[in-house]
Ligand binder design. Structure first.
Ligand code: TYD
Ligand code: MG
Length: 461
């Protein structure tokens, strides 16, 4: 039977099909199948008895801790797990225009003082990158700059005598391997290009920094298809309208994940935000209703953010629930618990929830702060402006303990808060902070904090 000469590859999940279809059976995405030339030969079976026996070793043994290359940008180094590891591949994903090129140009600008650094741009011409470097104030750094897209040339450069210690590829979606027929940006090209680059980086001990654009339409492959190939995956997030940018580690073979670095985008590029809590709370007005300060943890670091809620009568038959920066399913749960266990009537109102500053909060510990903001908005009574709130809420309305209570309290004390509304502590360990703590066993105990509560208190416990 004649072999098919083309195949259809999903640009979202990489599944391969012999026929085109509107919807990928693999991941369910629409319009993501792209025609590609099938590879010339199918992989052959290995046969029996041709390999070498493996030499196994014990789990313990002498091994060097990975040496690190520090950028000097503390927020970046911490997210990487304490600097960049030679021979590792780091993927930096994010929406177009969020600041990935800016961040990496600033990073190599610093690194170039100690190591040879190369910056290969497939998106911008040399002049454009130079202009940007001038604007960022790093034009004098001895960075090797090139505009190239052919992976064969980059591999030859890395394999050559004078190999750089750090190389940035901006972006992987513009690179192509000339042995493949498919266009740059397709899954096949993105994977093959990354594979070649990672292989040579490992062989030569080069730090490989790959930029990957996140795409909504799927016509170019997103960075997800590369996540399993690289050692570290960082996502650069933020709202386009805000100046804050958050670098988040989602996978790291050389350090902890869930660590964040906070940056501020300004006229001269990205600057580090060493104290994000102060920044997130900078525009806070303490005496308004519907706002509660949540003492959260991001990785190893405490971060205080303001949770804002607006509960307003709805003109619609089905009231709206809109959430920015938190999980909408979790909001629905908190609303249901408030109604069913505390008798708070929210049902017919629109509910809007916002985490100020553009941070995305994922911790269940924010439940209590969300509940406080909701009740405050409903009653019109502000949460005491000197109070921070945290705690997880269970379905029966119980307030559950969360981790790192003392770290959260210390940060709150440092920022001038004097009260903390928190889950009841079992051990009686009060920490050494000067904060007055209001300890709750049940969500219903939150209501007395609001002087008037519309007579809705005390039902359903
Ligand atoms: P860029 O790094 O090009 O984004 P990406 O590589 O992720 O696509 O960032 C571009 C945005 O950053 C652009 O909207 C302009 C803004 N910007 C500043 O505000 N200040 C600066 O100093 C620079 C260099 C960019
Ligand atoms: Mg860019």
């Amino acid at each position: 039977m004649a072999k098919p000469t083309t195949r259809y590859v999903c640009q979202s999940c990489g599944s391969v099909f012999p026929k085109w279809a509107g919807r990928c059976d693999g991941c369910g995405e629409w319009n993501t199948l792209i025609e590609e030339a099938a590879p010339d030969s199918a992989p052959k079976g290995l046969g029996v008895g041709k390999g070498r026996r493996l030499e196994f070793v014990g789990l313990s043994g002498a091994s060097e801790p990975a040496p690190r290359r520090m950028t000097g940008i503390a927020e970046f180094d911490r997210v990487c797990g304490g600097g960049l590891v030679p021979g590792s591949a780091v993927l930096i994903g994010g929406d177009p225009g969020i600041g990935k090129s800016t961040l990496l140009l600033q990073a190599v600008g610093r690194l170039a003082q100690d190591w040879r650094c190369a910056y290969v741009s497939g998106e911008e011409a040399v002049d454009q990158v130079r202009l940007r470097a001038q604007r960022l104030g790093c034009a004098a750094a001895p960075v090797d700059l090139a505009s190239a897209t052919n992976v064969r040339d980059i591999v030859a450069t890395l394999d050559g005598g004078d190999c750089p210690g750090i190389i940035v590829i901006d972006s992987i979606q513009t690179m192509y391997v000339d042995t493949l027929d498919s266009a740059p940006g397709t899954v096949a090209q993105v994977r093959a290009s990354a594979q070649e680059l990672i292989r040579v980086a490992k062989r030569r001990g080069v730090v490989l920094l790959l930029v990957g654009h996140v795409t909504k339409e799927g016509m170019i492959a997103g960075p997800r298809v590369l996540e399993h190939m690289v050692d570290t995956v960082l996502y650069f997030e933020g709202e386009r309208g805000h100046q804050f940018r958050i670098l988040r580690a989602v996978k790291n073979r050389f350090g902890p994940t869930d660590e964040i670095g906070v940056f501020e985008m300004g006229d001269a590029g990205l600057s580090e935000v060493a104290n994000p809590s102060a920044l997130f709370l900078a525009e806070r007005r303490g005496d308004v209703s519907g706002a509660a300060v949540f003492a959260g943890m991001e990785g190893t670091r405490p971060v205080l953010v303001e949770v804002q809620a607006l509960v307003a009568p709805s003109p619609l038959g089905t009231p709206r629930r809109a959430v920015v920066g938190w999980d909408s399913g979790r909001l629905a749960m908190v609303l249901a618990v408030l109604e069913a266990r505390c008798g708070v009537q929210i049902g017919a109102n629109d509910v809007y929830l916002n985490v100020a500053g553009g941070l995305k909060v994922t911790e269940p510990a924010a439940d209590l702060a969300v509940a406080a903001a909701l009740v405050s908005s409903l009653t019109g009574e502000p949460v005491p402006p000197d109070a921070v709130v945290f705690g997880e809420i269970g379905l029966s309305g119980e307030v559950r303990a969360v981790s790192q209570t003392d770290t959260r309290l210390k940060e709150a004390a440092k920022l001038g808060f004097s009260t903390a509304v928190i889950p009841a502590r079992r051990s009686g360990g009060k920490g050494d902070t000067s904060l007055r703590t209001v300890e709750l066993h049940h969500l219903g105990e939150l209501m007395p904090l609001f002087q008037t509560d519309g007579g809705q208190r005390g039902r359903g416990r």
